[in-house]
Design a protein around this ligand. Sequence first.
Ligand code: ADP
Ligand code: MG
Length: 444
Amino acid sequence: MWNSVIQELKKTENSNIMRAFINPLFSVKESEEEIVIGCPSKQLIQYLEKNGIKEKIYQIAKDLFDPDIEIKFVVKAKELAEDMQPPLPLSEPVEIPKSKTARKSTHLLSDYTFSNFVSGPSNEAVYAASQLVSKNPGSNYNPLCIYGDSGLGKTHLLQSIGHGLIDKKLSVCCLSGQQFINEFVKSLSSNVRGEFRSNILKYDSLLIDDVQFLANAGASQDELFFLFNEFHSQKKQIAITSDKYPVELKNIDDRLKTRFSWGVVLEIKPPEFETRKAIVLKKAQLYNLKLESDVSDFIAQNIRNNVRELESALRTIQIMADLVGKAVIDRPFAENTLRERIKTRTDVTADYIIKITAAITDIKVRDITSAERSKKVSIARQIAMYLTKKYTKHTLSEIGDRFGGRNHATVIASIEKIEKIMLTDTTVKKMVERLEREIEEKGS
Ligand code: ADP
Ligand code: MG
């Protein structure tokens, strides 16, 4: 029955989704009343649910079998079929005590674990796939290829996979593309040629970070090609990261690029506001940094490009706080500390802010800059002034001019009023936040 469901699903889901999220599922029990589906992790079940795939499965099963059929998902390891044996170190017999079978693993940073990784819409597919790989290595996610821009968590996830594999008592060879080249080249000039290869072959898994560094390094690419084939054919897990979709990598051999896409290829994207905020909170906790409640909002709103920048902003705050002995970070302190790095956006204009404020508050653009004093219009006008001050370089008098020739004291009063209202009135606060999000999305 489960197989028929899969056949149906295939008609609508693309092959990457099928491979990444459907293939790991398996039937535990099937009867006329119910189908029980095993799933290797709780995260995968959550992912299926969030992305409506679970719902689709229900629908298909109801259509195919019985409208009253029950579908249950249980977290369960797959009984390993013949062709799915877990990878064991083939180079040495299994009887040797575990600690000696595998080489000590390389280059893993202790902070880069799944539990320190914050997942959200931008990265949850990659996160789920990475967890699956570490729980069920050498299965159909081989290799797992993660690509995306710098500072978005590729190395963090790759290393988390490494930690997960080590927890399963598997050894992990984790090298950056650059280290791979260095070690390989070094071995060419050493007395024991071939040692590089035989050393790596002893590991149970191969993780290569930033594989784009192998561009133009022909001999190293040949070596990786050989190792890839060995690991793959022995069902030992391979995972790689790269800054581009593998097929688009420049100066990397086609045969290697093709192989990178054999398993699952997933992109990691820049986190959106909610995830950035969760990351700030998580890191603050890791750094033992106490933030007042509006500080995480402020940082997440203003530092948008990538996670590395978020981290470095927090580190800067931490250093400054230590210097002046500040125990709890409030918003003015954060603003002051980060002033230099928060560039005023040049593409956000007062006109744009007026336009979207009018649209979202459902009043006319010309009312915002008019003398009209009804409550609804006044609030919208004050919000727009507040946002103009926040997102543009205009002085208070310039803002006053733009908003119907008001003086600079009026502008200050308006901004202060909105700041105050936001403390108590959640409707206004939500509206301002929604506008802030619109403004930020515009330029990102
Ligand atoms: P990349 O390899 O993609 O350039 P990294 O993995 O080095 O990025 O991530 C940069 C920094 O940001 C690391 O310190 C990492 O811990 C952190 N980071 C990235 N994404 C997340 C996330 N989703 N949750 C927590 N920390 C993250
Ligand atoms: Mg990296």
